[in-house]
Design a protein around this ligand. Sequence first.
Ligand SMILES: [Zn+2]
Length: 134
Amino acid sequence: MPSTTLAAGDPIESRCTKCRKITNHIIVAMAEDVPAKVQCNTCSGQHKYRPPTVRKKPAPRRAVDPAVAEQKEWLKLQPDIEAKAATTYTMETAFKVGSVMKHPRFGLGLVQGNLGPQKVEVLFEDGKKKMRCL
Ligand SMILES: [Zn+2]
C-alpha cells in the first residue's frame, strides 16, 4: 500500500456543514494520515473533515420478518421432513431434536431444539412453535 500523500494545505473534497453539500476544502490539520480539520473553499468555514461519500457501513441488516425466514427454512427442509417417519404429537410423547412430529393442527413439524424440560422448538409450515412434550 502506498502511503497517503495528504498533508495540511492540500485540497480535498469534504462535506461542508454550512454549505450542506460536498465542496472543495483545504486540509487545515491532519490526524495521522487522515484529515482532521478542513476549511471550506466556498464558505471559508473550518470544520471537521467529513468524507464526501458516506462511508460504506456494513449493509444494514435487513429486518427479516422471522415468519418469512421460518417459512423459507420450512420450504428448504420440507423434503427431509416429509421423508422422515412422523410421530403423532401428544404432550405425553418424548421428541428428540431432529425428529418429525405430526401435529393435528400444524401438520408436520421438525423438532429443532430442546428448550428445556418438556419443551421443544418445532418448525412447522407456518413457523416455529414451542411445543410441550415429555
Ligand atoms: Zn462550506
